[in-house]
Design a protein around this ligand. Structure first.
Ligand code: TYM
Length: 343
């Protein structure tokens, strides 16, 4: 009997995705897009626009393709280079849904019942939610593993989903006696942008679905809107502290300092050193200037790409072909491992 390697020993690949379900915000940029750009030079990268995930809640059919192009525009404007990384829409590649079905038969109900994101989204209405929303993390595992993704840049809110992906990969390898077939994907979460909070409430995350537009900075906001939202951001009566312990106890201040650090590329400790003892009358304008300086070029480029559908469509079509070339043989191996009939 030939020896199979116990752990995955294939090539490394970065995989991540963003839903086309509304305007992107600063949290998406710092938690995901900015990391995508920093990884593409040194790694094989696949960045998906996860429209199959988006339809787990209602999406207007008249708007879905436009939203998908918007996310592609945001990837490009943030600096993702289609010559270095694959960009494509998830629904174009059948491997996702096929592998998700196989994983539905591997994952356990108990695992999904523990997913906090489903509980948060469903609230008391879980009976009325789509089965797709419940199954969302299994499809996410299929996304990553259809490419044998080894590294997954995401925000902190995706930590539990990534743990589930690892559990599914490990159980598949074990159940089918295929040790090392799937890698156990590593989340790439660390860094000051991993969990950007609402500007109105430092204890809830910045989110597309927050009813208050003042809670987030959208990548489509202009300089005046950004400055106004930061001016109105909730703070407290104190000054910027000089130590991390005090900062940790002041969630809104911690969030603003975190945003400053993530945008400037400094550590939070350096930001505290620079601003300790100063009031928000000084800090907020500095943060607004920095945010505008970093976001305005992206917003402007996004506008250019949004008005260039043909260019976006060509990039997505090329990306889909390249993605299919990677995922199809992997899912074909999965079929063989499961033991389906074939001629
Ligand atoms: P989505 O579209 O909800 O979020 C896209 C990315 O933005 C990050 N993010 C944040 N990061 C920091 N602070 C925030 N406030 C914040 N809000 C969102 C998310 O963590 C994510 O990285 N389930 C994924 C989509 C997905 C996926 C995948 C990701 C589907 N399949 C496979 C990786 C690999 C999601 O949350 O999308």
């Amino acid at each position: 009997m030939s020896e199979k390697p116990e752990i995955y020993s294939g090539p490394e690949r970065v995989f991540s995705g963003v839903q086309p379900s509304g305007a992107l915000h600063l949290g998406n940029y710092l938690g995901a897009l900015k990391k995508f750009v920093s990884l593409q030079d040194e790694h094989d990268c696949v960045f998906c626009i996860v429209d199959l995930h988006a339809i787990t809640v209602w999406q207007d059919p008249a708007d879905l393709a436009r939203q998908t192009r918007h996310i592609a525009a945001a990837y490009l404007a943030a600096g993702v280079d289609p010559k270095k990384a694959i960009i494509y829409p998830q629904s174009r590649i059948k491997a996702h849904t096929e592998l998700a079905w196989y994983f539905n038969c591997v994952a356990r109900m108990g695992w999904l019942n523990r997913m906090t994101q489903f509980k948060d989204k469903a609230g008391k209405n879980s009976e009325k939610m789509s089965i797709g929303l419940y199954d969302y993390p299994v499809l996410q595992a299929a996304d990553i593993l259809a490419f044998k993704g080894t590294h997954v840049p995401v925000g902190e809110d995706q930590k539990q989903h990534l743990e589930l992906s690892r559990d599914i990969a490990a159980k598949f390898n074990n159940d089918f006696n295929a040790p090392g077939f799937f890698p156990l994907p590593e989340p790439l979460i660390k860094g000051p942008g991993a969990r950007i909070m609402s500007l109105r409430d430092g204890t809830s995350k910045m989110s597309k679905s927050d009813p208050s537009d003042n809670s987030r900075i959208n990548l489509t906001d202009d300089a005046d809107q950004i400055a106004k939202k930061i001016r109105k951001a909730k703070t407290d009566a104190g000054v910027i502290p000089d130590n991390a312990e005090e900062l940790a106890e002041r969630p809104e201040v911690s969030n603003l300092v975190g945003i400053y650090a993530a945008l400037s590329g400094q550590s939070e400790a350096d930001v505290l050193k620079e601003y300790a003892g100063q009031g928000f009358g000084a800090f907020k304008p500095a943060l607004a200037d920095l945010t505008v300086a970093k976001i305005a070029p992206i917003t402007n480029l996004m506008k250019r790409y949004i008005s260039a559908d043909d260019e976006i469509d060509a990039i997505l079509a090329r990306g889909a072909d390249a993605a299919e070339e990677i995922a199809t043989p992997i899912v074909s191996d999965v079929r063989d491992i499961i033991g389906f009939w074939k001629v």
